[in-house]
Design a protein around this ligand. Structure first.
Ligand SMILES: NC(=O)c1ccc[n+]([C@@H]2O[C@H](COP(=O)([O-])OP(=O)(O)OC[C@H]3O[C@@H](n4cnc5c(N)ncnc54)[C@H](O)[C@@H]3O)[C@@H](O)[C@H]2O)c1
Length: 448
């Protein structure tokens, strides 16, 4: 099939590459000329495991191409995937300007039937707005061409995006048209050989499914963080509680790790956008509001614990920071807990010595050169001469360290661990202070 993808970010590039990999002819279009130029030279603008060789192979095979030419992109694909960003507006609702701009582009250039496939995460009712935008652009040209709009939300996780795209639990398609169903089945046929994962539903249900999935996962995380904060104050070890509840198949082990809050480009904005949608239909979505509030609070616990460890005086202190990305195996720092911590530390007059295996470039892009931010070459350099260590991301390489050696490096032998990587007894045996999330010994509760 001939397929056009608008947007070459985490979702668009993975979608386009995976679809090319199963034999489709794919043209990816982006308005970011620099990104397209880099992609054409074989440089992948994001870090996503396994993506680079796959892009190169499919470009070499002639099945994957890139362009900034909107007219060429619209002319190319029978399916026109919209995979552009839907960032939060100032009021928390989803900013649909990029999605609607693509819809207008399609209406401006199309000369034959097209199926517009909404892959971006968009509020219920967006397919109607996309339809109106395409129709308005056609009308402005005096054309009355036929087209369809369907919803095909994406459930991939950054860091495991290729596996999720190719072996995901389900492929949701919102449409009522039999012709669109047949085309989408043809598009995804290579992925449903084992069993039929295609779920057809109405457009509004498909749009809501995406938000419901992310809100549910975010709820599990905030719930566990709430329990962790309680455990801290009650002198219980949340890691034992986690195993105790995760073993119940009704609950499961996934997404119940306590930590320093969820981040990334999806959960924070999608929970907010769904709450906003609820407000628009006069429904007080109290649970969603609480999930978001608990997460906001959780992101600030690392700073609060540090401040308490240093008696409220962090001015002039140097804090080593392991992990900048919002989770391992990505360079994405959108809404990352590390950012809330760094910004609070700078506000308090502290210096940050940070290391992340993949997100250093992104950190420099976001914050530029500044005296209070040193980007260290590795995790060892990051702790040298620092006053304390904080862990924000559970990258594999942070999971073991010689605590006796670490104690010698830090002016104050304290680890604030936002991801519960170590056994408290092992850290304490080396003569260090260890404050994790919900592990009994609590700074937040004032009993350190
Ligand atoms: N990142 C994820 O893990 C993930 C997972 C599932 C769903 N989603 C959703 O998918 C959508 C895309 O997310 P992302 O993380 O890939 O975003 P991104 O910011 O990484 O990429 C978006 C791309 O769209 C491009 N773009 C903007 N306007 C354009 C236009 N008019 N024409 C062509 N390209 C244009 C931008 O230049 C950018 O390269 C969002 O709605 C997001 O919520 C993201």
């Amino acid at each position: 099939m001939k397929i056009t993808i608008f947007g070459t970010g985490y979702v668009g590039l993975v979608t386009g590459t995976c679809l090319a990999d199963v034999g489709h002819d794919v043209l990816c279009m982006d308005v970011d000329a620099d990104k397209i130029a880099r992609l054409e030279e074989g440089e992948i603008p994001i870090f996503e495991p396994g993506l680079e060789p796959m892009v190169k192979d499919n470009v070499a095979a002639g099945r994957l191409r890139f362009t900034t030419d909107a007219a060429e992109a619209v002319a190319f694909g029978t399916l026109q995937f919209i995979a552009v960003g839907t960032p939060p507006d100032e009021d928390g609702s989803a900013d649909l300007s990029y999605v609607l701009a693509v819809a207008e582009t399609i209406g401006t250039h199309m000369t034959e039937h097209k199926v517009v496939v909404d892959k971006s995460t968009v509020p219920v009712g967006t397919a109607d707005r996309v339809r109106k935008s395409v129709a308005a652009a056609l009308e402005a040209r005096g054309e009355a061409l036929d087209f369809d709009v369907c919803s095909n939300p994406e459930f991939l996780k950054e860091g495991a995006a290729i596996q999720d795209f190719t072996q995901g639990a389900r492929i949701v398609v919102g449409t009522e048209s039999e012709q669109v169903k047949a085309l989408m089945r043809e598009c995804y046929a290579p992925y449903i050989r084992l069993h039929d994962k295609l779920m057809f539903m109405d457009v509004r249900a498909a749009e809501l499914t995406k938000y419901a999935a992310n809100a549910m996962l975010a709820t599990k995380i905030s719930f566990m963080n709430e329990i962790a904060n309680l455990a801290e104050r009650l002198g219980a070890d949340v890691e034992q509680v986690r195993r105790g509840i995760g073993s119940d198949p009704r609950i499961g082990y996934q997404f119940i790790y306590p930590g320093c809050g969820y981040g990334g480009s999806c959960f924070p904005k999608d929970v907010q956008a769904l709450a906003r949608t609820a407000g628009e239909v006069d429904y007080p979505a109290e649970l969603l509001t609480a999930v978001e509030a608990v997460n906001q609070r959780q992101k600030h616990t690392l700073y609060a614990k540090l401040a308490q460890a240093f008696d409220g005086d962090l001015a002039g202190k140097t804090i080593a920071l392991w992990g900048l990305s919002f989770k391992p195996n990505t360079d994405d720092m959108r809404d990352a807990p590390s950012r809330a911590l760094m910004e609070a530390l700078w506000q308090a007059g502290a210096q940050v010595q940070a290391y992340d295996p993949e997100a250093m470039k992104e950190c420099r892009r976001l914050y530029g050169e500044r005296d209070d931010l040193l980007l260290a070459g590795d995790r060892i350099q990051a702790v040298k001469g620092a006053d304390a260590l904080v862990i924000c991301t559970e990258w594999k390489e942070f999971r073991t360290i010689d605590f006796s050696w670490l104690k010698q490096q830090l002016a104050m032998p304290v680890i604030i661990d936002g991801r519960n990587l170590f056994e408290p007894e092992a850290v304490k045996a080396a003569g260090m202070l260890y404050y994790a999330v919900g592990r009994g010994d609590s700074l937040a509760a004032g009993n350190a």
